[in-house]
Design a protein around this ligand. Structure first.
Ligand code: MRU
Length: 346
């Protein structure tokens, strides 16, 4: 259990409580989503973010959407249910966990409608599926943490990029899950966290989480990573993933690819930690992974401050793809896998 709850289903209120990741680290604020639209907005605006967390939030979003249909007396039709799935599927394109979770919810919903289940019963079945997705997510990350410990030498200094922690998952974290497990195993690790421009998930979220866990962390700007490697300050890299293609090519936060290149140049292991739900076997390689492009103002501003002319052209891809050849191994709940042989994850 983390020292904070990223997502909590409030049974009595029938709502989803989220920690507002847009406000961290300045304020630890929580807000409740009562309707589907609020969950969709929370995902789009990164109030909830990180591949596994988006999947879990979307699953509860489906429950809220169905609840709205019941409460407004509209009734749950196949068409109404499909509109709920579509709204959530349209929030962010890259993290496959979103579509994976929605596919599970869709199956339960469509089967229930086909069998003519009572509306309240169907809602409860969907809630049970969302709870299961949450529980499985948590279990998978603890499990992958246990596998990941094996690749962490005692006293290691680990570099990470973006936030692949409890904030990005139901609870434990993927890359940060491995660090948590290493800390619990007494490995005495230290972490360097890239700040992760433009939205600063590394500086705002990863350092916040690691400080709470009392794991020693040092913040660096993204352009300092190679320098730290050259100075011998880094032993290995661990990052999370948003989508892994069948050949091991891995989409993760923009900047991950540069870190992997720098790690290769310095002969350092580069690990991806992700649940098998993040592997998209339908894509042969990373070239087909859809890369989200976000609002140019995210680059024209640094936080609240403008740092570029309003009219300057901006390119703002939120993710990049690290080729499988740069990845030492993929740490999953099913074991530590060679990136070019993910068959054990099927
Ligand atoms: O845009 P974000 O903050 O959702 O991007 C998150 C990442 O890239 C994470 O590294 C990834 O989702 C792994 S989370 C366990």
């Amino acid at each position: 259990m983390s020292t904070f709850q990223t997502l909590t289903w409030l049974t009595e209120k029938r709502s989803l409580r989220l920690i507002d990741q847009r406000r961290l680290p300045s304020e630890e604020l929580f807000f409740e989503c009562r309707v589907l639209h609020q969950v969709a907005e929370a995902i789009k605006t990164l109030a909830v973010r990180g591949a596994p967390a988006i999947g879990v939030a979307a699953a509860y979003g489906v429950v809220l959407g169905v609840q709205e249909l019941i409460e407004t007396g509209n009734g749950i039709t196949l068409q109404g249910f499909a509109a709920i799935i579509d709204e959530l599927a349209g929030t962010r394109p890259t993290a496959v966990n979103l579509f994976w979770a929605l596919e599970r919810m869709k199956k339960v919903g469509e089967e229930g409608l086909e069998k003519g289940f009572d509306e309240d019963f169907l809602r409860d079945l969907l809630l049970a599926e969302a709870d299961l997705i949450y529980a499985e997510d948590d279990q998978a990350h603890h499990q992958l943490g246990e596998f990941g410990v094996q690749v962490i030498p005692a006293g290691a200094t680990i570099l990470t990029h973006c936030n692949a922690g409890a904030l990005a998952c139901a609870e434990y974290g993927t890359a940060l899950g491995v660090m948590r497990a290493a800390q619990a195993a007494g490995k005495n690790i230290k972490v360097y966290a890239d700040e992760t421009r433009p939205l600063l998930q590394g500086s705002r979220l990863t350092t916040w989480e690691l400080l709470k866990e009392e794991i020693p962390v040092t913040l660096i700007c993204d352009n300092m990573a190679a320098h730290c490697m050259a100075k011998g300050m880094i032993d290995l890299v661990i990052v999370g993933a948003d989508r892994i293609a069948a050949n091991g090519d891995t989409a993760n936060k923009i900047g991950t690819y540069s870190v992997a290149l720098a790690a290769k140049a310095h002969n350092l292991p580069f690990y991806v930690a992700a649940p098998t739900a993040t592997i998209d076997f339908s894509l042969a390689d990373g070239s087909a992974i859809p890369i989200e492009e976000r609002n140019p103002d995210e680059v024209r501003f640094f936080g609240e401050s403008r740092t570029a002319p309003a009219k300057v052209e901006v390119y703002n891809p939120a993710f990049d793809v690290t080729p499988t050849t740069l990845i030492s191994a993929i740490i999953t709940e099913k074991g530590i896998l060679a990136p070019d042989n993910l068959s054990a994850a099927r």
